[in-house]
Design a protein around this ligand. Sequence first.
Ligand SMILES: [Zn+2]
Length: 318
Amino acid sequence: MAPVALMSLLLVGALAQHRTEWTYSGGALDEEHWPREHPACGGKRQSPINLQRKKVQYNPSLKPLNLTGYEAQGVEFPVTNTGHSVQISLPPTMRMTAPDGTEYVALQMHFHWGSVPFGISGSEHTVDGLRYVAEIHVVHYNSKYGSYDLAKSAPDGLAVLAALVEVKEYSENTYYSDLLSHLKNVTNSGESTVLSGLHIQDMLPQNLQDYYTYQGSLTTPPCTENVQWFLLADTVPLSRAQIGKLEASLLNHQHKVMQNNYRRTQPLGGRVVEANFKYQPNPERGGGSSQQQEAPCRPIRPGPGQGDDSLSQSGQRC
Ligand SMILES: [Zn+2]
């Protein structure tokens, strides 16, 4: 073999090795083997986690999150199939101030989901062991670093605002219609389109006040342990048909239908999850008036086209 050909073969080999793409399942670098190439994924401060509500510490001094620029309209949002999710790039005018005063700049928003036709929900965080149907992540970096590239490996570099998605059988969430109907434009990994009709704030839960917070990591390689998580207590409703569209429209980098793109929950270890609202378990049944039954939860404003049936049924959605 000519030396040049050999060189190029070695080079291609080296590139291929360097580029071993991680997966959730299948292939050489499935979830279990992420730490092999991304050591932080085997760390002790990983995300996602299961939130046990009775162990969450209520911290009354935690201020509400302050989101600015999220209500902007007429902005052009690049939307990309990353091979692992669908990602909406966000303008740096969208910012979040954390309770300790740290200002974070929004970078992108993406989703994790399961495969509901096969009975698999796909949120990353679970609450009292329950996995929700999907999860939204808005990734931010600490503004003091000036760019994501500089912030991404700093110990106080990142913050993720997260929300869980619930199925509301036949209630189309029209704030998601635009994104979902354009997924067909980004079927393949690496494809992008531009959407200008998105209202990012409306794609988040109505109640942006109540949240859980803890220190964790990115939930995908390199799993860097520098993320302050803010998981909103309120959820986003999507109809069953909308969930079906999210789960069936995209192909991953292996050219397979992009489904079950969520990581398993990781050990909490010695970490403490705090909340800025008080968790009160179910009231004792029997003898309680309807008023008492509704007392445990702070009121959640109904979403678009959303009745309050599930709220009143259980009284558990705090
Ligand atoms: Zn994510």
